[in-house]
Design a binder for this molecule. Structure first.
Ligand SMILES: O=C(O)CCC(=O)C(=O)O
Length: 332
């Protein structure tokens, strides 16, 4: 335990190390006459003016056919290896669907709905560092890029309890670092996703709102651990179902309201994702904010795993997970 304390104290950077605000890029130069740019940097000029406008307006951008089929097959095979125990990855978080979590009859890939924190796996982490993804990420974060949160989601065929749904939420709820504008998710479809197998659902423009109060939805069939949703969400806002092909990637803002539907097919629906942040981002204290509940839940999980005497806070979890993929590591 003492070793862990030493490790985490080293991970905490002193406040006077390169702290400070992020200098915005002169984006207007890359966008011609459009001056009201808040979410896109586009210093590498990769995005067309239409793509910039669309991300500014909607908070997401779908790029078709960005990841090679062979690469996805490799990640898929690696995931199977992890599920059947032939591949061991340190510090991985493995999650099961609430409707099958206690069943001893469901094993291997069929029992696991999500793995998180695969940054210590050299094969899956390759996804985060794919140059064609990082190039797009840079348009939102700038050149100093940390992969902060990694997931491979294996949405199971729904048992009828509708627990395969993911409630509408904003990812920023989980993140104790800011500014939100310099954080982006890359979510890649590992096969065709549509309404039948529970594709992503987004509320365009919701990234312009505030971070809302989250908690567990009162679903009859139960809800998966850590699947928080916006508490007073009403489905009256325009929603878009993101139907995507294998290899398509959607980049989205961490305040974008999104979730995913029930998987009504008999197959598992897979996606791989990474959240990235500019390494200039800074940790914030979430005590007393709407994020306190998730911080306490993470704390409880860590203490269950490592023992209640461990001095380990919400930020520490992120300091350990974050991994540089491009440029320099500054604050995070
Ligand atoms: O892939 C999905 O079904 C949704 C994933 C998601 O939004 C999340 O894990 O935060």
């Amino acid at each position: 335990m003492d070793r862990l304390k030493v490790v985490t104290s080293h991970l905490r950077r002193p406040n006077d190390v390169t702290a400070g605000s992020i200098t915005p890029y002169p984006v207007s130069a890359s966008l011609g006459h459009h001056q009201n740019i808040q979410y896109v940097l586009n210093k590498n000029l990769l995005l067309s003016p239409q793509q910039c406008e669309s991300y500014e307006r909607d908070g997401f951008l779908v790029i078709r056919d960005l990841v090679k089929s062979d690469d996805i097959d490799r990640y898929c095979a690696r995931f199977r290896g992890i599920c059947n125990g032939t591949v061991k990855v340190p510090a991985l978080t493995i999650m099961k669907d609430v409707s099958i979590a206690k069943s001893e009859f469901v094993v291997g890939e069929r029992a696991i709905t999500k793995i998180q924190d695969f940054q210590f796996d050299p094969v899956l982490f390759e996804f985060c560092a794919l140059p064609q993804i990082v190039k797009y990420v840079e348009c939102f974060t700038g050149p100093n890029i940390m992969a902060m949160h990694t997931m491979l989601i294996n949405k199971p065929p729904d048992t009828g309890a509708k627990t395969s749904r993911h409630p509408m939420h904003q990812d920023l709820h989980y993140f104790p670092f800011r500014p939100a504008e310099r954080i982006v998710c890359a979510w890649c479809a590992m096969e065709k996703v549509d309404r039948s197998n529970g594709c992503l659902v987004v509320v365009p423009g919701s990234h312009k709102g505030e971070l809302q109060e989250h908690g567990y939805p009162q679903w009859e069939g139960g809800v998966n651990k850590m699947y928080h949703g916006v508490l007073d969400y009403t489905p009256d806002q325009e929603r878009v179902h993101l139907e995507m092909q294998k290899g398509d990637v959607v980049f989205f803002h961490p305040l974008l309201l999104h979730g995913s539907g029930t998987n009504r097919t008999q197959a598992f629906r897979k996606a791989i994702s990474s959240h990235y942040a500019a390494s200039e981002c800074e940790y914030i204290d979430v005590r007393g904010t709407s994020q306190q509940t998730i911080a306490e839940e993470v704390d409880e999980i860590v203490k269950k795993r490592l023992g209640s005497e461990v001095d380990f806070n919400f930020d520490d979890a992120w300091r350990i997970k974050g991994k540089l993929v491009h440029g320099q590591q500054i604050n995070l």
